[in-house]
Design a protein. Structure first.
Lengths: 270, 253
């Protein structure tokens, strides 16, 4: 899979996302002070930063919801300011809060998005995604009755309608329980395997380590480091060998105790 | 992008209409207050009101229809507010759709929902003794005026829907609109009002719209009232539409 991704990257030299000197202020508050980074096609970049670091602002600029004060951002070869319509054709956004229609059913939500993306067979698209995200059984129920994890899965499924080449996931696992978090992780890995470019924002270091092939750390309005996990680790003094007793983490205990009808394994099995 | 405008608006209109279909209480609550006003004025206060015409309910209905619309449009503000807060608005905005279709879908939904409420109120008025000598053309005229009035107030409602910070704020704007018919010829003839109030009542939009609908219902030839009424509706519509688009552009960029 990674060889395939390399070939793809070789073929299309232009990175999927290129951000240069991006600046944005809200009044006197300078949120972005010259952000630079690139995401190669098919790559998964985690934009890491603490609360208020400007991660969401970057995503909103890239998804044409917000205009930057200075700098350029190119997504799938299109400039976000001058070719916004083409950018919107190339992307999909999953924001911090599940952007689903509570009154409609899960299936209707997917059909709605498929129609708005002008797909030929909205019904079939919906069925396929419901199946892929293990939502078929709940498809006829109103989203208001869904759990947080199901909503998030539906939200991500809605972002995949029409298979846009670039996907933005803004803190996709915030507020989710460990099960739901693993399901979302699996969904992101699936995306990467299919060659979709993913820009993921998170404040969860573990998440960045598990999902991303490159990590950029946003701090005080700038990307202060950008590289693979191995490259980032080299920034610190070499590892020392220590002997520690391997203890189960609370997460291991929690997942072992509540493992029921294999929710995680169905998600992982796909 | 704009080539999809009609198709996108239709899809989003279907979504909002489905919302209404699943919570028909929005139509019922819109109709209940005007019906209560109608009962109150006809059976409690009406006996003491001299309109110089025959049945009071027939005199009253045009104003009641405007109150119905004025209270109904607040649901547009409410729905737009919920879309904004829920994040689905941002999803739509980041998708390759005609951007204004999001607003148009809400406006057309308001038109459909309010016309249904208006029909319900009119049916109750018929039970209470409302009679009209209007022909088909006059009924079409009434429908046209009410629809235009609804469009104007709905575009007005879009503004608080986009700017409100809370649900209450989103719908509070409609209270003055609901009160406006009380200071007009909707309930009592303006002749009985003291000078300044009478001057206001005679020159505010509700009076001319009410008089125009009343004349159409009576099957009489329409005079200048209809043109003044249409001018008010088109004027409010144009200003509200322009302001709403300015606010919308500020919201989405």
């Amino acid at each position: 899979m990674s060889i395939d991704r390399h070939l793809r990257t070789e073929r299309v030299r232009e990175p999927a996302i290129r951000v240069q000197g991006l600046e944005k202020s809200y009044g006197a508050l300078r949120v972005l002070r010259g952000v630079d980074f690139e995401v190669p096609r098919g790559g998964v970049l985690a934009l890491l930063g603490s609360n208020g670091a400007g991660k969401t602002t970057v995503v909103r600029v890239l998804s044409t919801l917000l205009r930057a004060d200075a700098g350029t951002a190119v997504v799938n070869g299109f400039d976000v300011t001058t070719q916004a319509a083409d950018v919107r054709e190339s992307i999909s956004l999953t924001g911090q809060f599940a952007a689903v229609d509570e009154i409609l059913t899960g299936r209707e939500n997917l059909v709605l998005v498929a129609r708005l993306r002008h797909l030929r067979d909205p019904g079939r698209t919906a069925e396929r995604l419901l199946d892929r995200f293990s939502l078929t059984d709940a498809s006829a129920r109103r989203v208001a009755t869904y759990s947080g994890g199901m909503r998030r899965r539906l939200d991500i499924a809605m972002s995949l309608v029409g298979s846009p080449p670039v996907i933005f996931l803004d803190e996709p696992t915030t507020g989710l329980d460990p099960h739901a978090r693993l399901e979302v992780w699996q969904a992101v890995r699936d995306l990467a395997e299919r060659g979709t470019t993913v820009l993921l924002t998170t404040q969860d270091l573990d998440e960045a380590e598990h999902l991303a092939d490159r990590i950029a750390i946003l701090h005080e309005g700038r990307v202060i480091v950008d590289g693979t996990l191995a490259e980032l680790k080299r920034l610190l003094p070499p590892a020392r060998v220590e002997y520690v007793e391997k203890q189960a983490t609370l997460e291991d205990v929690f997942l072992a105790l509540v493992a029921d009808e294999g929710t995680t394994s169905t998600a992982a099995g796909r | 992008m704009t080539r999809h405008f009609a198709a996108d608006t239709a899809v989003l209109l279907g979504r909002s209409l489905r919302h209404i279909g699943r919570s028909p209480d929005t139509i019922i609550t819109t109709a209940i207050m005007p019906i209560a006003f109608m009962l109150l004025f006809v059976y409690v206060l009406g006996g003491a009101i001299q309109t110089g015409t025959g049945s009071y309910v027939t005199y009253l209905l045009p104003g009641i229809l405007l109150i119905t619309v004025a209270s109904g449009v607040s649901y547009t503000a409410y729905r737009i507010f919920l879309d904004l807060r829920g994040g689905i608005f941002e999803r739509f905005q980041s998708m390759p759709i005609a951007r204004s279709s999001v607003l148009w879908a809400h406006v057309l939904t308001s038109l459909v929902a309010n016309l249904v409420s208006v029909v319900v109120v009119t049916l109750v008025a018929l039970l209470m003794g409302f009679r009209s000598g209007a022909g088909v053309l006059a009924w079409l005229g009434v429908t046209g005026v009410v629809a235009l009035f609804t469009l104007a107030l709905t575009w007005l409602a879009v503004i608080p829907g986009l700017t409100a910070r809370s649900v209450d704020g989103a719908s509070a704007f409609s209270y003055p609109l609901i009160l406006l018919p009380f200071i007009s010829s909707a309930f009592v003839p303006t002749d009985s009002m003291p000078g300044p109030v009478r001057a206001f009542a005679r020159h505010q939009p509700v009076t001319s719209i009410v008089e125009a609908i009343r004349t159409l219902f009576a099957g009489q030839p329409v005079g200048s009232d209809l043109w003044v009424a249409l001018a008010w509706c088109v004027g409010i519509l144009a200003v509200a539409y322009a302001c709403a688009l300015v606010v919308y552009r500020r919201t989405i960029s």
